[in-house]
Design a protein around this ligand. Structure first.
Ligand code: NDP
Ligand code: 8X3
Length: 251
């Protein structure tokens, strides 16, 4: 059955791969993001199954008004993919840029929460719907410089788990996807403020996951029978594993 899938951050990386995958699987996609020209290119490539909608998830009024602003035939969103997000900087907390922290919280936490709140009522009323939230391994595995980024993703995980507690019995499902190192997106270029060489070095020889791999996981989770909720998927490349605890000896 064809579903209507709303994706935040569909202009690059995972979001774009999700759009391609869901359209290929016969679904309709509301593709959102700030870079509107990219959304129109996506529609030109994928056809009328894509509705491009410019949206900054930190624009609270635009998010609140979005459900009613959609064309009537696109308003029943079956799958909301809260994907828009970013890491800014990798400095230790004492040297981090406070505005970077605020931007990550506004996007990864407040934006995601607000989108969810905007679309949940119609899902609960219809007794069906999927909220797919993009967490990260950074939400459960701390690393130097991960400070606020990791904390926003820990929020995403616990918010998702609490949503499950609220939504039990409604038919609405909540799925958290927690990827590790994934190449082929703009994530590190954004984190390193446009330093493409530094970003590229991170993936060199690492055989990272790719956005299509994350799309495969999301498509699989959403395609499960209605009585199955895939709570969490944590996935990493085979080349990645958690590190040991550190002890800095003083003498
Ligand atoms: P990209 O940088 O390639 O894509 C991020 C997307 O988010 C872009 O489409 C961007 O669109 C959008 N976005 C950013 N800020 C806003 C905003 N204020 N309003 C609306 N859209 C916004 O990153 P990825 O595809 O790699 O990351 C997608 C998600 O996955 C993020 O939440 C990230 O934290 C998470 N993740 C990424 C991993 C990785 O290694 N790549 C691993 C684990 C999780 P635009 O600028 O046009 O608005
Ligand atoms: C992105 C993965 O390890 O760079 O969420 O934080 S990591």
């Amino acid at each position: 059955m064809s579903k209507t899938v709303l994706i935040t951050g569909a202009t690059a990386g995972f979001g774009r791969a999700f759009a391609e995958r869901f359209v290929r699987d016969g679904h309709r996609v509301i593709a959102t993001g700030r870079r509107r020209e990219r959304l129109h290119t996506l529609q030109a490539e994928l056809g009328d199954a894509v509705l491009p909608v410019g949206l900054d998830v930190t624009d609270t009024a635009a998010v609140d008004q979005l459900p009613a602003a959609l064309p009537p035939e696109w308003r029943e969103v079956d799958v909301l993919i809260n994907n828009a997000g970013l890491a800014l900087g990798l400095n230790p907390a004492s040297a981090a840029d406070i505005t970077d922290w605020e931007t990550m919280i506004a996007t990864n936490v407040s934006g995601l929460v607000r989108l969810t709140r905007a679309f949940l009522p119609q899902m609960v009323a219809r007794g069906v719907g999927d909220i797919v939230n993009l967490g990260s391994i950074a939400g459960s595995h701390p690393y130097p410089g991960g400070n606020v980024y990791g904390a926003t993703k820990a929020f995403v995980l616990m918010f998702s788990r609490n949503l499950r507690a609220d939504l039990v019995g409604t038919g609405v499902r909540v799925i958290t996807i927690e990827p590790g190192l994934v190449g082929g997106s703009e994530f590190s270029e954004v984190r390193f403020k446009g330093d493409r060489d530094r970003a590229a070095k991170l993936y060199e020889g690492a055989n990272p996951l790719m956005p299509e791999d994350i799309a495969e996981a999301v498509a699989w989770a959403v395609a499960q029978k209605p009585h199955i909720n895939i709570n969490r998927i944590e996935l990493m490349p085979v080349t990645q594993a958690p590190g040991p605890l550190t002890v800095k000896k003083t003498g």
